[in-house]
Design a protein around this ligand. Structure first.
Ligand code: EPU
Length: 420
């Protein structure tokens, strides 16, 4: 099924209650899967969410000659001695995150041929930082016919200062530097919990990475890595999505397995908006009366408010009391879902990177289209507080990043149905 197919019908829902299990983090597991390229043998990943992005990454690894099998939430990845160091266009086009095989392929195989990812709804998404930082380790690139061809006989550690704390560039560099000769220092590194998860897996494989999760990461290259067994961290964006659902609907829900310490700024913001959220031994507990107050939001690299939370927060602001100014600082685009919210009666004006959202008591259900994963999630949140029926097409996008999304929502009381 393509991401553009599939529909969800959402009807107004109040008083959510119960428990919802939070799956492993999409933005972690995709990189952990790529990291298995670095060591021959059998790797085992636990807490792997069942998502089309994961299936696509498995397909990419299979195309390279690795053997990926799933049993429940466990993936076993056999990395043979010889692999084909290539990421074809058809897969990169489907999932931009495929670009993270570049670093491990150059470090381990010494060559890589990877299709150049195109732009998307977020705007033009360059990979210049990925390439420049790998070049500073000694890789050489040429590009033709839509592909980047990379070569590296032996990578050498060096100091890299990233222009911006890019998540993907930090990950590619990290996965290349672990097998480079000597020491690599990454300054202005991305600090997302997914980077720390990747470093923790690499260290278990025998790498020597210190400082991941902070803005300076130091990597002492080693000659060889060994296969690993690793459990993926919980998905903070999936958790945020259920928090947003409770926020607009009201109710009391526990997010099983979620990590409050990965969502500090978000929890603070949602507190300002009137929700009560606290960590428990099982995960994160959240309560809302369904009456939200507006606040201003500005997206920033971690530990700031993640750009992936923004569509959810905008959907919440459409029904909050007052006016909220939302500023996007990470991506050039990423406002397309706003026209869909406006079709549902939301009062939103956009100007460049800013959106001004004036809350109204309730939206009005309408047919709308999801243009990406988080846009789709925002429309579901909006549908919970919209009179009548909200018919969301393009719901296949949600399956890229959410496991059993409609089922989990139904379990806590959201009136949502999936149509073919
Ligand atoms: N950038 C460059 N040059 C580069 C790399 C990035 O200019 O070489 C720019 C980007 O265009 C953007 C900014 O730097 O303006 C940040 O991009 P970053 O590299 O941090 O993002 P990413 O690694 O491509 C990941 C997540 C996104 C999430 C962003 C920001 C994955 C698979 N994707 O993307 O998640 O929005 O970090 O936190 O990890 C999602 O899950 O739906 C999603 C899109």
């Amino acid at each position: 099924m393509s991401s553009d197919s599939g529909r969800l019908v959402v009807r107004p829902s109040e008083g959510l209650h119960g428990e919802v299990p939070i799956a492993g983090a999409k933005n972690s597991v995709l990189k952990l899967m790529a990291a298995t390229v670095l060591a021959e043998g059998t790797h085992v990943l636990h807490n792997v969410p069942d998502l089309t992005d994961v299936t696509d990454m498995a397909e990419l690894l299979s195309a390279m000659g690795l053997v990926v099998t799933r049993e429940g939430a466990t993936l076993t990845i056999e990395r043979p001695a010889d692999i084909v160091p290539e990421a074809p266009y058809e897969l990169v086009e489907r999932m931009r995150a495929s670009i993270v095989v570049l670093g491990p392929l150059l470090a381990k195989v010494g060559e890589a041929r990877v299709a150049v990812p195109g732009g998307d709804d977020f705007g033009h998404r360059p990979i210049d930082m990925h390439l420049a930082s790998l070049e500073s380790l000694g890789a050489r690139f040429t590009s033709s016919h839509g592909f980047i061809q990379g070569r590296a006989d032996q990578l050498h550690g060096t100091s890299v200062v990233l222009d911006f704390p890019s998540v993907g560039a930090t990950e590619n560099l990290l996965m290349a530097a672990v097998l480079a000769k000597g020491t690599t220092t990454i300054d202005n590194a991305a600090r997302e919990p997914e980077i720390a998860d990747l470093a923790s897996m690499l260290n278990r494989m025998g790498a020597q990475v210190v400082g991941a999760g902070s803005s300076t990461i130091e990597i002492e290259g080693v000659a060889e890595l060994t296969p690993v067994e690793h459990t993926v961290i919980p998905d903070r964006i999936e958790a945020a999505t259920f928090l947003a659902a409770v926020g607009v609907a009201g109710g009391e829900v526990t997010l099983l397995g979620a990590r409050a310490d990965h969502m500090d700024m978000l929890i603070q913001k949602l507190g300002t908006m009137g929700m009560r959220i606290s960590p428990t031994p099982e995960g994160v507990w959240a309560m809302s009366k369904g009456e939200l107050r507006s606040t201003d939001i500005s997206t920033l690299p971690y530990p700031g408010v993640a750009t992936d939370y923004k569509p959810l927060l905008v959907a919440m602001l459409t029904v909050a009391d007052g006016i909220g100014i939302v500023t996007e600082n990470i991506f050039g685009g990423r406002f397309r879902y706003i026209s869909e919210l406006v079709r549902m009666g939301a009062d939103i004006r956009t100007e460049g990177h800013h959106a001004v959202v004036r809350g109204i008591p309730a939206l009005s259900g309408a047919p709308v289209r999801a243009s990406d994963i988080r846009a789709g999630a925002a429309l579901v949140i909006a549908g919970i507080r919209a009179e009548g029926e909200t018919l969301i097409s393009g719901a296949g996008h949600l399956d890229r990043g959410y496991e059993r999304f409609d089922e989990k929502l139904r379990d806590i009381g959201v009136d949502v149905t999936r149509l073919p």
